[in-house]
Design a protein around this ligand. Structure first.
Ligand code: KDO
Length: 336
């Protein structure tokens, strides 16, 4: 099994409630359209900042933008279902969450597939994405507006480098690595050679501080924003996943917008994604020095070993069997 909630099960459960995709009523407040946006990210995360500072002002004439952060209203991983049911209008979702409904999205969760931020944009805007986007719209009632850059995920451990130096995947054997709680994430942890533990993002700081887990993986800006550096001692620069998120909006609320409003919302989402991307790239470049000042060891392992192991595990996996013919080759041709 590679998914907890298959497409068929998801659609059946929505239909049983009479809330199949597209039938949910959007929320209107006075003469403005209310767009509640839920994310497990913090208010200071660059994706949240871009939505609040770029997206919201651009749509302010007709939208009342209402963000909620840190998974407070909807816990991590429940947002898509909430949009589908009409309980939420927007979220910053992930390919890993979409892969719970549509296993083929696991192609965008596989280690060492996306090469950099520009490659993510090229892939998202390429016709190869059309089928993926249509499936999400038609079967889940969710429209993917734009692709956001989260950054290069790195392995961040409690153990000091003197105790554990990670050069190859074999060095991560038995390391209890927190990964987010879906099958696609857990597989990535295994592919890295670690022993993955599923856990919501909001619980990670405490788990690291008590030693309930040995480490976690996230891009450097997240390590700083969530203060994981306070409770860890090293960062192994595996860059195993150039991670992305999608700005998602309910299809029902989208369909209620006029064509002119849709154009403004689309432009605002693209502008927010671009602004967040540039800031996140800058932070990734700047934060190595800050983290070293905090006393963390930061070093590159044998990347060829990591890439070879991760790629071969994916190609041999049940995930790869769900990837539409030719898409991986097409993604590769869009890279450098
Ligand atoms: C995480 O849980 O490690 C992760 O980085 C996964 C991402 O898909 C994203 O949901 C992110 O958390 C949250 O937005 C918190 O930054």
């Amino acid at each position: 099994m590679i998914t907890n909630l298959t497409r068929r099960a998801a659609i059946a459960s929505l239909a049983a409630l009479g809330l199949a995709a597209g039938s949910a009523a959007p929320a209107f407040a006075a003469d403005k359209i209310t767009l509640r946006m839920a994310t497990s990210g913090s208010e200071t995360d660059q994706r949240s900042v871009a939505m609040a500072d770029v997206f919201a002002p651009m749509v302010a004439d007709f939208v009342d933008y209402q963000p909620s952060y840190n998974g407070t209203i909807f816990t991590q991983g429940t947002e898509l279902d909430a949009i589908s049911r009409g309980n939420l209008e927007m979220s910053i979702t992930s390919a890993q969450e979409l892969a719970q409904f549509f296993p083929e999205f696991s192609i965008f969760t596989a280690g060492y597939v996306h090469q950099d931020a520009a490659h993510q944009v090229a892939v998202f805007n390429d016709p190869l994405m059309d089928g993926f986007k249509e499936t999400v719209e038609n079967d889940l009632g969710v429209k993917l507006l734009s692709v956001m850059y989260l950054g290069r995920r790195q392995v961040n451990l409690r153990q000091p480098k003197e105790e554990l130096t990670v050069n190859t995947p074999a060095d991560l054997a038995g390391v209890n690595l927190r990964m987010p709680g879906t099958d696609a994430w857990q597989f990535l942890g295994k592919a890295l050679g670690a022993a993955p533990t599923p856990m919501a993002f909001s619980e990670v700081y405490t788990a690291l501080s008590t030693g309930a887990v040995d480490g976690q993986d996230n891009p450097l800006p997240t390590v700083v924003d969530a203060k994981f550096y306070e409770v860890t001692n090293q960062i192994v620069l595996t860059s195993h996943l150039v991670d992305l998120n999608y700005i998602a909006i309910g299809k029902a609320v989208w369909d209620e917008l006029t064509p002119e409003q849709q154009e403004v919302v689309q432009k605002a989402a693209d502008a927010a994604a671009e602004s967040g991307r540039q800031k996140q790239l800058q932070k990734e470049a700047d934060l190595v020095a800050f983290l070293e000042e905090q006393g963390l060891s930061i070093y590159e392992p044998d990347l060829t070993e990591f890439r070879n192991q991760v790629q071969s595990m994916y190609l041999d996996s049940e995930f790869a069997a769900t990837w539409p013919e030719g898409v991986l080759d097409k993604i590769n041709t869009l890279g450098n």
